[in-house]
Design a protein around this ligand. Structure first.
Ligand code: HEC
Ligand code: HEC
Ligand code: HEC
Ligand code: HEC
Ligand code: HEC
Ligand code: HEC
Length: 373
């Protein structure tokens, strides 16, 4: 019975492909004859109803609209990081069309890619599989085991596609040492002035400034039982941890998905009209509530206050030039490191609470408690 259903669907595909020369390319062209009515599948799922179902997605209006929207998307321009990260083997699975395809086929990107391209329709879409009304012909649609080594799995329909890339690259625990350590680093230039007075060097750390004050040697002391080391100016979960926070994961507190927002990335960023600019339009919130701008502004203020307190610890530095916070080398108490970690998470998430209001507020509360705000 299953075989027969598939056979009929395949026949329908060929029929539609054939007739599709009118349907896909011209608004004026004659509509093809209706496909044969679907028989009911044995499992109770209705068979596909010829052209009618296909036309819901494959019509010229939808195609034109989507093409125009997609042209405005940051995926299409790849402005931030395709050139910078799209060709590097360790980054490409999320940062270029070519890298994502190789990863989807082979589960890894073996070598650097010479001429990486930004996203195209075929980055996310490939072949139909089930041919039912929810089959968007995705290249990758399965459950996502998160990269942060927590073992957590996110399996949320069409959102899975996004979560493959919009997730943390590492977890909080990857910063934990296995033995007492000291790290000696030499700072010059503008950094020398910063690190000459850093308070976060651990219980037995030291700071040595040379005679001309342009070189500073800091020994960071990191007792494994009490301290954690910020070991890089890129420390943190990485820039796009939206998938984790949306699911209520990744910060130092336990959390849950925010029920009212469970429709997820595609619910807010695409909506009923499959908006391919991927910008979270107000019209996608309207069905449930009016503007949440003031609530989101309030959360943004809390994030900023935490940032300032972490700056006092020299755990981060706010750069006026690029208007962004950057991590600094530091030996923090474990609680302080938790605050640093949660801060980087909610900062890089960039939704000012929208992705998961309850969880994001809980992470901020933890920061505020630790930092005495
Ligand atoms: C839920 C939306 C949706 C429905 C319904 C749908 N498609 Fe598609 N289809 C897509 C998307 C998205 C793509 C990939 C992007 C593109 O080519 O527009 C695609 C691609 C295709 C392609 C080219 C790639 C391939 O799979 O070989 C064919 C052919 C196709 N669809 C045929 C059909 C037929 C026949 C039907 C009806 C039985 C159908 N589609 C129903 C969304 C849909
Ligand atoms: C698991 C997927 C993933 C991997 C692997 C990954 N990135 Fe990213 N990266 C993202 C996402 C998603 C964004 C966009 C986030 C956003 O716009 O909020 C991003 C953004 C960036 C940005 C822009 C930051 C900004 O503030 O505008 C840079 C730079 C970057 N990544 C560098 C890298 C480098 C270098 C590597 C490899 C060493 C890498 N990424 C690996 C997912 C990834
Ligand atoms: C970043 C991934 C991504 C890219 C790139 C992308 N799409 Fe989609 N597309 C999606 C997702 C996700 C959906 C399903 C949205 C939903 O669940 O409502 C979708 C849905 C669709 C649909 C069904 C529309 C409907 O009315 O239901 C069509 C057709 C489509 N895409 C065509 C395209 C075309 C054409 C392009 C290139 C111009 C493109 N897509 C690029 C992710 C993508
Ligand atoms: C192949 C990995 C990948 C997939 C799949 C993907 N994204 Fe992205 N997305 C990125 C990266 C990387 C960027 C930053 C692009 C750049 O400018 O270089 C980005 C940018 C964005 C932006 C714009 C961010 C900004 O700074 O303006 C939004 C919004 C977004 N993605 C949402 C989504 C949604 C929603 C989905 C699922 C329908 C999705 N993405 C699927 C990797 C991906
Ligand atoms: C409740 C609605 C909602 C849900 C669910 C949602 N987003 Fe967002 N997202 C937003 C809002 C609102 C913003 C903030 C936009 C702004 O800066 O004004 C945002 C910001 C972003 C940004 C940063 C855009 C930028 O340039 O500042 C990315 C990337 C993103 N979301 C991706 C995702 C992904 C991936 C998912 C699913 C895992 C998701 N979002 C789920 C509403 C949502
Ligand atoms: C399916 C319904 C639904 C959609 C769609 C939806 N929300 Fe919500 N959202 C809720 C509910 C319910 C609440 C909790 C009650 C309230 O605050 O109105 C909420 C709460 C919020 C909060 C927390 C407010 C606070 O108290 O701090 C923010 C922020 C938010 N939503 C932003 C958005 C944005 C932005 C969008 C659209 C991009 C969106 N939501 C789409 C149902 C939804």
């Amino acid at each position: 019975m299953m075989k027969k259903l598939q056979l009929r669907i395949i026949t329908t595909i060929f029929a539609t492909l054939f007739l599709g020369s009118f349907v896909f390319t011209s608004c004026e062209g004659p509509e093809g004859p209706m496909g044969p009515a679907g028989t009911d599948g044995t499992d109770g799922v209705d068979g596909v109803d010829g052209n009618i179902t296909c036309m819901a997605c494959h019509n010229v209006d939808v195609k034109n609209q989507i093409t125009a929207q997609f042209a405005r998307s940051q995926h299409a321009s790849g402005a931030i990081a395709v050139d910078y990260a799209g060709g590097r083997a360790s980054c490409a699975q999320c940062h270029s069309h070519d890298g994502f395809l190789e990863w989807a086929w082979n589960g890894e990107v073996a070598e650097n890619i010479a001429d990486p391209k930004a996203w195209e329709c075929s980055t996310c879409h490939a072949l139909h599989q089930t041919m039912d009304s929810t089959d968007y012909a995705f290249r990758v649609s399965g459950a996502v085991t998160l990269l942060d080594e927590s073992g957590a799995v996110v399996d949320e329909g069409n959102n899975n596609l996004c979560v493959n890339c919009h997730q943390a690259r590492r977890g909080r625990d990857s910063y934990e040492g296995t033995a007492d350590e000291t790290y000696e680093r030499t700072f010059t230039g503008a950094d020398a002035a910063h690190y000459a007075e850093t308070p976060s060097i651990g219980p037995n750390g030291s700071i040595t400034v040379n005679a001309t004050q342009d070189t500073v040697v800091v020994v960071f002391d990191v007792p494994v039982a009490t301290h954690t080391y910020i070991n890089s100016t890129h420390a943190g979960p990485h820039h796009g941890p939206q998938g984790n926070l949306w699911a209520g994961l990744g910060g130092t507190e336990t959390g849950d998905m925010y029920g009212p927002h469970s429709a997820g990335c595609v619910g807010c960023h695409m909506g009923d009209n499959s908006n391919h600019s991927f910008w979270p339009l107000d019209e996608n919130c309207d069905a449930c509530h009016g503007s949440k701008e003031s609530e989101m502004d309030a959360i943004a203020d809390r994030i900023h206050a935490v940032g300032e307190a972490l700056e006092d610890l020299h755990a981060v530095h706010y750069d006026d030039e690029d208007g962004a916070y950057h991590p600094m080398y530091a030996s923090l108490t474990k609680d302080q490191f938790d605050a640093f970690w949660n801060f980087m998470y909610v900062l890089e998430d960039r939704s000012n609470g929208a992705h998961n209001p309850t969880y994001i507020k809980a992470l901020l509360t933890k920061c505020e408690t630790v930092l005495g705000i």
